[in-house]
Design a protein. Structure first.
Ligand code: FAD
Length: 275
């Protein structure tokens, strides 16, 4: 069972627990992006098992009236085994899904194959898939030029992986500047909307300004357990908000990452342990 301190960031171990969180969230006007926790598999059976779980999840979602979609990690569904394993499993999930399917972006060694897979499915499904791109990577402005002509949605994030200086901006101020530049390009050039994957109030305000200037649709995506009041407030103000909801038995590593990345999260965890 997930201890109460972790359940702030993880919806539960089972799909049922995650779906019940989605129901609560939808009642507050916030949509859901479900992510089964798991990554970096190097054996095909583990990758196939999680792909099976996603197929079953998207079939379950098709039978329910929920505002929910899924987001998958390439290394969870086979990229660490072979490009073929990844592509076969992604195709199974996309084919089974009536809901939107997001593809998360992992470290820079996976960028090309992930972009290629997205492109194929974006065209085949006429835009029922989305891709995450990372503003910290120096290549991203060029990737956005390529993505602008494709159907499907793009989620812009700052980037969660420690990348080498030769290919990535590593100073926070420079990453923020790159994020703004990418966001401006996306609002100006994208037809299918923009997903702002950030908790940063400055970036969210900037997105609202860009929406006023260019009229492009947008949504804000934030993680479960992070600025949840702001998520509900933004939704009440008419902004489309979707919460990224991790669930599954592999919750510990994810929870530990959340606690480490921010002093406030660590203090919250410490207080919960002491009380
Ligand atoms: P930061 O730059 O970390 O912080 C900026 C400001 O945001 C802070 O000053 C504060 O005001 C606010 N803030 C940030 N965190 C908190 C908090 N915990 N509590 C309160 N306020 C806070 N990365 C990838 O590399 N690949 C992915 O596929 C990917 N998918 C993601 C999907 C979603 C929906 C989200 C939200 C993030 C995803 N990320 C992904 C992670 C992303 O790259 C960043 O590492 C992460 O979002 C932190 O950057 P930030 O823009 O949210 O804010």
């Amino acid at each position: 069972m997930i201890p109460p301190i972790a359940s702030n960031f993880v919806a539960g171990e089972s799909p049922g627990a995650a779906l019940s969180h989605v129901e609560d969230l939808n009642r507050q006007g916030v949509g859901a992006i479900l992510n089964l926790l798991g990554e970096h598999y190097h054996e095909r059976p583990a990758a196939d098992e999680d792909a099976d779980a996603y197929v079953s999840l998207v079939e379950d979602l098709a039978a329910r009236d929920l505002d929910a979609c899924v987001s998958v990690k390439p290394s969870q569904i086979g990229l660490g085994v072979s490009d073929t394993a990844f592509e076969e499993n992604l195709a199974r999930i996309v084919d089974a899904a009536e809901c939107f399917v997001w593809i998360d972006m992992e470290d820079h060694e996976t960028t090309d194959v992930t972009l290629d897979a997205f492109e194929r499915h974006a065209v085949e499904t006429d835009g029922n898939v989305g891709l995450c791109v990372q503003a910290n990577l120096k290549r991203t402005p060029d990737d956005l030029e390529r993505l602008a002509s494709l159907p499907g949605k793009i989620r812009l994030v700052k980037g969660a992986y420690d990348e080498p200086k030769s290919i990535a901006h590593t100073k926070k101020a420079r990453v923020d500047e790159a994020y703004r530049d990418c966001l401006e390009f996306m609002f100006r050039e994208f037809d299918d909307g923009v997903a702002v994957g950030s908790h940063d109030p400055k970036m969210i305000d900037y997105a609202a300004e860009l929406h006023a200037e260019y009229g492009t649709d947008y949504e804000v995506q934030m993680l479960m357990g992070v600025r949840e009041e702001a998520q509900v407030e933004l939704a009440a103000d008419g902004v489309e908000v979707n919460q990224y909801i991790p669930y599954g038995s592999k919750w510990f590593q994810y929870f530990y990452r959340r606690v480490r990345e921010r002093k406030e999260n660590a203090l919250f965890a410490l207080r919960a342990v002491l009380s």
